[in-house]
Design a protein. Structure first.
Length: 230
């Protein structure tokens, strides 16, 4: 029995390692001290998370504390996404200089509800993606699936296909009365059927348990969470 227990623990540990490799460990507080950033970076490294995800003003400090392959994802125009494209590009540029490897950009997703504004949103997605790719970094386009219906989701997915984004991220985690995990999962499954394989999905908001990670396996490629799933 002891041997079987050890085998089970080993397999469980290996499975956990695979999940950790797709986690963007997130801290969205805007009042972090350097000591808190250091502890946060160490926790991410100890668990071999793919990246830490933080606000731009903390990128330089985080870069100085990280020692291994843990990457830095910077949250751009978080959480509303209503700034103009130039402001977003300026913020992206600053984070790249300070050490960011990827950017998670909140786009002005509410424009998808106004047909006359679709061209504006499409141009925003395209311009931001082109800039990031010229700078050699990945862009995760953040929307709020809890605020969008299925028709909205289909339209925004097609815009992201046309814009050649790297990832679509499901939410900021700041939406009042956000969808439940189950409703988000249904919407992500719908998105996955529309998107080509090269456009990946980052599932964020409401991930608390290992069982949830198992449910999104094969559907989402990255996970944003501020709590280590148990």
């Amino acid at each position: 029995m002891i041997i079987y227990k050890k085998i089970y623990e080993y397999l469980e540990s290996k499975e956990r390692e695979q999940y950790n490799k797709i986690i963007d460990y997130t801290k969205i507080s805007d009042s972090l001290t350097n000591d808190q950033i250091k502890d946060f970076c160490k926790e991410a490294e100890d668990n071999n998370f793919y990246s830490i995800c933080i606000l731009p003003k903390y990128v330089a400090s985080a870069d100085s504390f990280l020692n291994n392959n843990t990457k830095i994802s910077a949250l751009i125009d978080f959480p509303k996404g209503t700034s103009d494209v130039k402001s977003k590009i300026d913020e992206i540029d600053e984070t790249i200089v300070n050490g960011a490897n990827e950017v998670d950009v909140v786009i002005n997703y509410k424009l998808i509800k106004k047909t006359e504004e679709h061209d504006t949103l499409q141009n925003e997605i395209r311009e931001l993606t082109e800039y990031c790719h010229r700078e050699g970094i990945n862009i995760k386009v953040i929307i709020e699936i809890g605020a969008l219906n299925y028709q909205n989701l289909e339209s925004i997915c097609k815009m992201c296909i046309d814009g050649n984004v790297d990832y679509i991220m499901t939410s900021t985690g700041k939406l009042p009365n956000d969808d439940s995990f189950e409703k988000k999962l249904d919407k992500v499954k719908f998105m996955r059927k529309i998107l080509p394989d090269e456009i990946k999905i980052k599932f964020s908001g409401g991930i608390r348990k290992i069982e949830q990670l198992k449910e999104i396996r094969g559907i989402a490629d990255r996970v944003g969470t501020s709590i280590i799933p148990q």
